[in-house]
Ligand binder design. Sequence first.
Ligand code: TXA
Ligand code: MG
Length: 325
Amino acid sequence: MNDVAKAAALLRAGELVAFPTETVYGLGADARNPAAVAKIFAVKGRPADHPLIVHIPDASHLDRWARDISAAARAVAAKFWPGPLTLILKRHPDVPDCVTGGQDTIGLRVPNHPVALALLKAFAELGSGGIAAPSANKFGRISPTTAQHVRDDLGEGGESGVALVLDGGPCQVGIESTILDMSDERTTVLRPGMLSGFDIGLFLGRMPAEAVNTSSVKTPGSHLAHYAPRTPLLLVPDDTVAIALRTSIGKRERVAVLAPFPAPIEHPLIVAWHVAPADADTYARELYATLRALDAAGADLIIVQRPPWPAAIDRLMRASAGSGP
Ligand code: TXA
Ligand code: MG
């Protein structure tokens, strides 16, 4: 049996499988099996009222999981799936409560990754075809973009609760999907991602609203403290990296820096310096691996120059709010 077939059989047996998607690695369970879904919450340390995204093999599975789906929502699914987009729709009555956190809506996504799609197809032949999966990291911490990140955070086999980690190489998008609420007449971006609300609006012929909330239960990923390193992280506006650096060095703090230019000086207190990529796609693809490296550099403070892109700013603001031991 190859790894994908093995993973599908493990899901069918109620085990957890971590798998790659184009955004981040997910920690998957059979979405129709409440005991399996409960294991996700236990392994992640995630509060039970946080709903999970259900991954499906293609849009033809929509009606098994959602109801009252608008023509506009079907059109968005047809246009942007497979891809880094989660649609929030009214849930089908058969969906277990533990998946939706008891809400009357459900998050659905078709990921654009060959391993994820192969797994979903194999699991649709064996079981429900719906894989409930949050990012495969401990709750509140940095999302994994490689199989090794998952093994570092959660382990694999034995007592870890993760039966298997499928390795599909580094994720190509690098930050989590855009979450678009189309469960009622309003269309709202609940979480920004690399598929922009603007591009969705161009397709729909009207711009979606942007959620302004910072801490709603509806989208717990929007809790202000999230995606966080253990080292305190300071997000600074353009051209103020030098000021922040001088302040820290003045206080004898060791610093690790992410900025779009090389270190202006060599200094024993500058323990790591990553030159940020100049384009949005590369910046997003590398962001979480870079944050992990900066977090591991032994610094007292991580200084990040705020990039010009909304989805990356969103994750960095949450990383900053949640950072620290
Ligand atoms: O790119 C992604 O979306 C990745 C990959 C694995 O697909 N998944 C991911 O899952 O980021 P997670 O659990 O870390 O974040 C999912 C977000 C959470 O903030 C959750 O609250 C929200 O989606 N969500 C899920 N169902 C929802 C619902 N019915 N209504 C509102 N928000 C929902
Ligand atoms: Mg997450």
